[in-house]
Design a protein around this ligand. Structure first.
Ligand code: PLP
Length: 428
């Protein structure tokens, strides 16, 4: 075995690239399993019922949904497409939570038809839509209401804010309106109201952000109870748990953040005289990010006045995050793992945008054409945000586990990309 070549769960990346081609999303399946099982075990309490929902927008495909089901987590979906994937994968529909600020009437009808357990309501007009659908449904459905608790977390900092203009949810300051929405929902017998949901940001490193979120929500629930007689059985605190991308990142250990959340819920529940008996969280990124990497083949190199570029065979089409919000990543030449890092280079993709840079100014060993470049921590919001820009087909996704490689999403071919093109006259 050549140690200079990186292995992922017992398979060398050279073999992976030769067999499955590049670019390639590679997941170490054991790492996904480990995260799912850790969340399941650590988010337990003797004081509350608990539920962990995987936010499937981070990475969704049939194989992933099946893993979530295996480990007994629930699932959060935000569109008809994500719901359809869950349905096709045989996920138990009563454990599906449907989010979104603009679910269409058709999506809501689909959710009701599929038997989705809980709809997370975002706004007043959505209450009307759901009530009108449920009036004729002959089934029942649970609801939660998304509120905006006046806490925003942006990576390393969180702020308690008077910011009330988020496109998501409804500000906790609008008590009367919230009460009216809840009364509207529960005006028909087959809709129940379970409690409130909030989600304060993503890639959160400071557990005090969750403490502030819970504090604000519990005080709000106390007001709703005293002023309107509205009681909640559940509290859903959203996701946002950080992952490790580069040396600058120090995610809160899972055990810590789970304990902080549950302890704070208990203390605040008592302090505010509340009766909710269930707490939920919705991690997405932290379950899949670190398990995934993207493997590229290096093509040409170019020296400019101030930079040396390594060009790879993918780019912003398979990872939009650096271009979209300057996300940073660590990388290696995956077939030169033991060589000294002597060159400062910028890794760029092949798309027609100057911003198509994947990793800026990184130290790497001297690379040759056809070497393999691996970018770590691309497991969340990589494939799920991929596009066909410049008509690059989306890469395949493989799960590797103890020497066994499974293709879980096929590589898109030129034919696949053109399969929707047509020329049909429609009668209007
Ligand atoms: C995106 C999102 C999540 C997951 O966020 P992560 O940062 O990936 O953990 C959870 N809940 C809601 C409502 C979301 O929009």
């Amino acid at each position: 075995m050549n140690k200079n070549v990186l292995e992922i769960s017992g398979v060398s990346v050279e073999q992976l690239a030769a067999t499955c081609k590049t670019p390639l999303y590679v997941y170490d399946e054991n790492k996904i399993r480990q995260q799912l099982s850790m969340y399941h075990e650590l988010f337990q309490s003797k004081d509350f019922d608990t539920e962990v929902l995987y936010a499937s927008k981070a990475f969704s495909c049939k194989a992933m949904v099946e893993l979530v089901k295996t480990y007994g987590l629930s699932l959060d979906v935000v569109s008809g497409g994500e719901l359809f994937t869950a349905y096709q994968a045989g996920f138990p529909m009563e454990r599906v939570y449907f989010h979104g600020n603009n679910k269409s009437y058709e999506e809501l009808e689909m959710a009701v038809k599929y038997g989705v357990g809980t709809i997370i309501i975002d706004n007043d007009m959505e209450c009307d839509a759901l009530v009108s659908i449920m009036k004729n449904a002959g089934t029942s459905i649970k609801t939660m209401l998304r509120v905006n608790p006046g806490v925003e977390a942006h990576t390393h900092k969180y702020i308690v804010t008077a910011h009330v203009d988020s496109k998501f949810g409804i500000s906790i300051l609008r008590e009367q309106e919230i009460a009216d929405m809840i009364h509207k929902l529960t005006s028909i017998p087959n809709i129940t109201f379970e409690g409130f949901h909030s989600h304060i940001g993503s890639q959160i490193f400071d557990k005090e952000a969750y403490v502030a979120e819970i504090g604000n929500l519990c005080e709000f629930m106390k007001i709703m109870q005293e002023r309107f007689g509205i009681t909640c059985s559940s509290l859903n605190l959203g996701g946002g748990f950080a992952a490790y991308y580069t040396q600058a990142d120090h995610p809160i250990p899972l055990q810590d953040v789970c304990k902080t959340i549950l302890d704070t819920c208990k203390a605040q529940k008592e302090a505010c005289g509340l009766s909710f008996h269930k707490v939920m969280i919705e991690p997405g990124r932290s379950i899949v990010a670190e398990a995934g990497s993207t493997l590229y083949r290096i093509g040409y190199q170019k020296q400019t006045e101030n930079k040396k570029y390594l060009f790879v065979d993918g780019g912003m089409s398979d990872n939009i995050r650096p271009a979209l919000y300057q996300a940073e990543y660590a990388c290696d030449i995956a077939n030169r793992m033991n060589e000294e890092k002597t060159e400062k280079v910028t890794v760029a993709g092949k798309c027609c945008e100057s911003g198509d840079i994947l990793v800026e100014d990184v130290m790497l060993p001297e690379a040759k054409q056809n070497d393999l470049l691996i970018i770590y921590t691309t497991g969340a919001y990589g494939y799920s945000m991929a596009s066909n820009y410049n008509k690059l087909g989306k890469p395949a996704v493989v799960f590797v586990k103890d020497g066994v490689v499974r293709v879980v999403v096929k590589r898109e071919s030129y034919q696949d990309m053109n399969a929707m093109d047509c020329d049909e006259v429609v009668n209007v």
